[in-house]
Ligand binder design. Structure first.
Ligand code: 5AD
Ligand code: SF4
Length: 471
């Protein structure tokens, strides 16, 4: 390394002049964290950091955390203890210092606490500041102390990130793309508005440019991400704002980009244009994650969801009218404060009425600082357990029935790689089910029709119908 006496502008340069160093990113939580981890890797690449598979081989480890689950902070501290030990062992072996950074929503919510309890951590950064990572790395190296940056900056990180490198999952054929962040809905139970901040949308131009790069690098399927993705209202470059439907229409024109998904949606923000898009835009996959949380109007009100159970049913009815093969996934919380047996039964009834292809369900657990945490009538743990079991049994039944119903159908499958057995290919259906067939490698990266013949435990098997499909 060169001189240690550096002015601010020199810092990045200094770090650029070093040899390649190992970077290990540990990602917990949602798909947006997966996206963020990839972007943090991009930001650090010009500084000589290259991804490595294990913390033992890393000069820098980033723990990208999630705050949505219970005891999130405790899990972070326990993982940090493990990383500290690995760092010490590396140092003892003469491998130099391991920089430890904590990113993501726990970092945002508990920044100071992290530094107090784990003073060996070098960098704490929130989800909105990771474009400043190079500066933070330089400052940490220079100061020899911890650097914390959990601002909600005026500038948007997307304007400062380098172009995305080859993304992301499944042989670079599928990718996540963040288009919206933050949330203004303030559901009673949720930390997101506090950790990810106010709702913001990226401009159409910025999203299109990233999607074009992804498609040019071989991506065939993009999942648009946002905490409230269908509240998207990005600058359309003509003095107005675009809707998600409008953005999806533009994205569908990109050569090579054949499938578009988006998550997570809020029922209140499903507008007519989005419903129409599910009828008119063939690239939009007929599988929608639309959390409802509860089927009881009283609990929906207490949750501050801003809609009734009937309004949810109505949105689903209109979506299915527009796209009859649309399947739904959802999130449920049992045992929100004030939930009675009758309220729980209303949730079970909503599930029976709608029929879900898949769902995530949770016992309510208080998050410090959220309104529900202080509400009276917290539900007994044993009651929550019992309700969760009943709810999950019903959802599992519906999921099994949905998958069983695929046998005998023909589905367009995007082939993403070789299967486990020789001569086998694996891919994903429009409903994100893994599908296996016998087939040639040339089909990887393409969509082909598959006659589904069998339902396996977590996947489907079928035979190729030998002509190329278009969607
Ligand atoms: N308790 C239980 N589940 C929660 N979720 C969010 N906050 C809580 C909480 N405090 C669930 C919601 C949300 C999903 C991502 O996590 O169902 O949609
Ligand atoms: Fe949290 Fe979603 Fe509610 Fe926003 S809409 S507060 S992200 S649960």
């Amino acid at each position: 390394m060169t001189s240690q006496t550096l002015s601010r502008q020199d810092e990045t340069l200094q770090v650029q002049n070093t040899d390649t160093r190992g970077l290990h990113v540990i990602t917990w939580g949602c798909q947006m964290n997966v996206y963020d981890s990839a972007r943090m890797t991009d930001v650090l690449r010009p500084l000589g950091y290259a991804p490595v598979d294990a913390p033992e081989a890393a000069d820098m480890v980033i723990l990208n955390t999630c705050h949505i689950r219970e005891r999130a902070a405790e899990k972070v501290f326990s993982e940090l203890g493990r990383l500290r030990k690995i760092g010490e062992e590396r140092k003892a072996a003469g491998l130099g210092k391991t920089v430890i950074a904590v990113a993501g929503c726990v970092a945002q919510a508990e920044g100071e606490e992290i530094l107090a309890r784990a003073p060996y951590v070098d960098i704490v950064l929130g989800p909105q500041t990771y474009h400043r990572l190079p500066e933070m790395v330089a400052r940490a190296a220079r100061a020899g102390g911890a650097v914390i940056d959990t601002d909600f900056p005026v500038e948007t990180k997307f304007d400062f990130l380098p172009n995305a490198a080859a993304p992301q999952t499944e042989g670079n054929l599928t990718a996540f793309l963040t288009i919206q962040e933050g949330c203004d809905k303030f559901c009673s139970f949720c930390v997101v508005p506090y950790t990810r901040g106010a709702e913001t949308s990226r401009s159409v131009a910025s999203v299109m440019a990233e999607a074009q790069r992804m498609a040019a690098s071989g991506v065939r399927e993009i999942t648009l991400l946002g905490q409230n993705v269908n509240a998207y209202h990005g600058d359309d470059g003509e003095g107005g704002s675009a809707t998600l439907a409008g953005l999806a229409e533009n994205l569908a024109l990109i050569p090579g980009l054949e499938r578009i998904r988006y998550t997570t949606s809020h029922p209140r923000d499903v507008d007519q244009s989005l419903i129409d898009a599910h009828r008119d835009n063939a690239a939009l996959m007929p599988f929608l994650h639309l959390p409802v949380q509860s089927g009881s109007d009283k609990i929906l009100k207490a949750m501050n969801r801003g809609h009734t159970a009937q309004e949810y049913r109505e949105v689903v009815r209109r979506l299915r009218e527009a796209r009859p093969d649309l399947a739904l996934s959802s999130d449920f919380i049992v045992g929100h404060p004030g939930e009675t047996e009758e309220d729980f039964e209303a949730t079970m009834q909503l599930i029976r009425d709608i029929g879900f292809a898949q769902a995530f369900s949770f016992k309510y657990s208080p998050r410090p600082g959220t309104p529900a945490a202080g509400q009276p009538f917290q539900v007994d743990e044993a009651v929550k357990d019992e309700r969760l079991q009943k709810l999950q049994a019903l959802l599992r039944e519906q999921q099994d029935a949905f998958n069983a119903d695929m046998v005998g159908r023909t589905l367009p499958v995007l082939f993403t790689g070789r299967g486990r057995k020789p001569g086998q290919l694996s891919g994903r259906s429009p409903y994100l089910q893994p599908v296996h067939v016998e087939g040639p490698d040339e089909l990887i990266g393409q969509i082909a029709q598959v006659a589904i013949t069998q339902r396996l435990t977590n996947s489907l098997a079928g035979t190729l119908i030998r002509e190329r499909a278009c969607a």
